[in-house]
Ligand binder design. Structure first.
Ligand SMILES: NC(=O)c1ccc[n+]([C@@H]2O[C@H](COP(=O)([O-])OP(=O)(O)OC[C@H]3O[C@@H](n4cnc5c(N)ncnc54)[C@H](O)[C@@H]3O)[C@@H](O)[C@H]2O)c1
Length: 284
């Protein structure tokens, strides 16, 4: 999408962190933005700050892990702005813990917020973008953990899923005038390590967030990750990259090269798997 001014975007997880950075960068380019989030106070503050810059933004509360709430947020976007051109599937949570710590409810929460919201976002907003014939872009936030399995299994699985859905649909949606980008951030300065603040009420008696936090505070991995995130990249810089990526229809949006050796190492291991059987003839 070469011309962003005057277009409309719907951004999930827009009240803080990367989503707020993306909403801000798009609004600065003259895009009208419907900001969607589960966290009311943070969304109210983000909206009031952005409105002071004369940005044309509005907000809608939704738990994106519930399809009917996402549908209602899409209806509110059309009612408010008439059309939508850009979907940013960004809401996400750290979610279920590691081996020996997770339970089914924690996997459900992680899959719902990180992966099903992306599937439903595409299902609901794709036809809305197609309907006006002006084209559009769908950006979904995965992670470097969507290319290298470096975090907890549920987080990795959902982020690999977001990469797979984005890559897989890119050719088909291109033919329908919609570009597909997947954002794979490195360490960004956000509140992702405090994701349990947004645990939907229906999981309250099924996931013990205090026990999970206590376990995490003991873990070297969590301490290191928190430290790296606290010193991480500015979310507004990520938003500006996303804006450029929408203009240029980038398939992959990376924020830095820190994990490039990890991706190389993974691909080398995959290649070794092929090398091991290269000279054999498969039996049919
Ligand atoms: N911060 C990082 O280093 C990093 C790295 C890679 C990927 N990511 C991804 O970036 C995305 C944004 O996370 P962030 O780092 O800005 O964290 P964040 O916690 O600051 O922001 C996440 C936003 O999503 C919202 N949210 C959570 N659950 C929701 C739900 N059920 N419905 C609607 N909104 C919900 C939160 O209220 C919050 O505003 C996530 O998908 C995350 O996995 C972050």
């Amino acid at each position: 999408m070469k011309e962003l001014a005057g277009k409309t975007a719907f951004v999930t997880g827009a009240a803080s962190g990367i989503g707020l950075g993306i909403a801000t960068a798009l609004a600065q380019a003259g895009v009208k933005v419907m900001m969607c989030d589960i966290e009311k106070d943070a969304l109210d503050k983000a909206l009031s700050d952005l409105k002071q810059t004369n940005a044309d933004v509005d907000g809608v509360i939704a738990d994106v892990s519930l399809k009917d709430q996402l549908q209602a947020a899409a209806d509110a976007t059309i009612e408010r702005f008439g059309k939508v051109h850009i979907l940013v599937n960004n809401a996400g949570v750290g979610g279920a813990g590691g081996y020996g710590q997770w339970n089914d409810a924690a996997w459900d929460w992680t899959i719902g917020v990180n992966l099903m919201s992306v599937v439903w976002g595409i299902e609901i907003f794709g036809p809305l973008i197609e309907s006006h014939g002006e084209g559009g872009q769908i950006v979904s936030t995965a992670s470097m953990a969507g290319l290298v399995a470096a975090v907890a299994p549920a987080y990795n699985a959902t982020k690999y899923g977001v990469v797979a859905v984005s890559e897989g649909l890119r050719p088909e949606l291109a033919a329908r005038g919609i570009g597909m980008s997947v954002l794979c951030p490195g360490f960004i300065r956000t509140k992702i390590m405090e994701s349990a603040r947004n645990l939907p009420g229906r999981y309250a008696d099924k996931i013990d967030v205090d026990a999970a936090a206590a376990q995490a505070s003991e873990s070297e991995f969590a301490k290191t990750a928190t430290d790296l995130i606290n010193k991480g990249i500015d979310p507004l810089y990520v938003g500006e990259l996303v804006r450029e990526a929408i203009e240029g229809d980038w398939p992959y949006i990376f924020t830095d090269t820190q994990f490039e050796p990890g991706v190389d190492a993974r691909f080398a291991m995959i290649k070794e798997g092929f090398d091991r059987i290269r000279d054999r003839t498969p039996r049919h």
